[in-house]
Ligand binder design. Sequence first.
Ligand code: ADP
Ligand code: MN
Ligand code: MN
Ligand code: MN
Ligand code: MN
Length: 382
Amino acid sequence: LSLLLAFLPAASGLSAFGGRTGMAALDPAVVGRYASLTVPASAGIRAEYIWLDAVGNPRSKSRTLPAVPGSVDKLPRWNYDGSSCDQAPGEDSEVIIRPRAMFKDPFRPNEDNILVLCDAYTPAGKPIETNNRHDAAVLFDHHAGEEVWFGCEQEYTLFELDQVTPLGWPKGGFPGPQGPYYCGAGAENMFGRHVMEAHYSACLKAGLAIGGVNGEVMPGQWEYQIGPCVGIAAGDEMAVSRYILQRVCEDFQVFCTLHPKPITKGEWNGAGMHVNVSTKKMREKGGLAVILKAINKLAAKHDEHICLYGEGNELRLSGTCETASIDEFSYGVANRGCSIRIGRDTEADGKGYFEDRRPASNADPYLVTGKIMDTIMEDVEV
Ligand code: ADP
Ligand code: MN
Ligand code: MN
Ligand code: MN
Ligand code: MN
C-alpha cells in the first residue's frame, strides 16, 4: 500500500497543490502573502520585456527601472540570449531588443509596472531574420496617409495539460457534434470560460483594443478581437494579447494552442485569424469601389498571401467548416465560405471594410497585415 501511495501524486498528475509544476504556489494564502507586499516607489518599477522567438512565440524577461518612462522611446534597449531562442549562434549569441510599444502589466500588483513589446536586431543594428515587424513598420510608415485599420479575430483552442484532450472533451473520445457550442451557454457546452474571461480582463487592464470575445464552433475553442488598430499597432497589440493569453493559461494550468487544425479526425472547425481591413478611402463615400479594386489585387496574389498565412493552414482551408479552399480565391457578400467576405453593412452603405478569412490562427500578424498593405498599395503613389 505504501508503495502505491508513493506513486499516487505522479499518477494523479496535477491534483491541487500536489502537482509537478509547483501548484502549491497557487494556494491563495501563499500567493496573497507576496502579492500584498508593498513595494516602495523608491524601489522603481518592473518592466517585462517581450520579444518573439524563432517560431513566433512570445518570450519575456524582467528588469527594474527607476520610474515609468514618459514614452516608449525613453525605455532602454536590452538584449537576450539568441542561442536559447534559436536565433543566434552560441559564440555570438547576443540579440538586441528595441522597445516599440508599452502597456500596463496586468499581472503584477503595482499600477506602474509595464509590458514592453520589442523587436530584435543584431549588434550591428540589422533586423534579425525573424523580425517581421521591421519591414511592416517601414511600409505602414510609407503609407501613413492611408490611415489603414486592421481588426484581427484571434481564435484559440484550450487543452488539458496532456496536450491531447481539448478542454471539456472526454478522454480519448469525442463530444457531441458541433452545433450547440458557438456562443453557447451551459456546463455541457462551454469549456474554459474562466480562461477567456481572465484574458479579456487582463487585456483591457493592459490597455489593449480588445473589442470583444465569443465562444467558438468547436467545443474548447474561443475567439477574441483586437482592433481596429492603425497600421503597425495591429501586429503589436496582437503579439501582446497572445503573450497575455499564454500567461493566463499558465496561471490556470491549461494548455493553449494556436494550431489552425487542432483536431483533424472528424468534423471539427479549425482556428483562424480573420483580418478585417479598411483604408480611409474605403471608409468614405465611394469606398466599396475602392474595396473591390483591392480585392482584385488580392486575387492576383492569392498564392503569395497563402505562403505567409500560417503553418498547417492547408489542414484548415479545406473548403468546408466555414472556409474556402486553399487553392482558389473567392469573395462574396456575407459568405463565410469565401476567401474574402464583404459584410452586409458595407455593401448597403457603399463603404466600410472587408474581411480576409484566410489567415490561420498561428499566422504572424506583422506578415499578414504587411502583405495585405503591400498588395493593396501596389500602384499607389505616395
Ligand atoms: P465576424 O462577424 O467576422 O465574427 P467580429 O465581430 O469577430 O466579426 O470581428 C470584426 C472585426 O472587425 C473587429 O476586430 C473590429 O474591430 C473590426 N473592424 C470593424 N470595423 C472595421 C474597419 N472599418 N476597418 C477594419 N476593421 C474593422
Ligand atoms: Mn544569465
Ligand atoms: Mn469573429
Ligand atoms: Mn470565429
Ligand atoms: Mn470573422
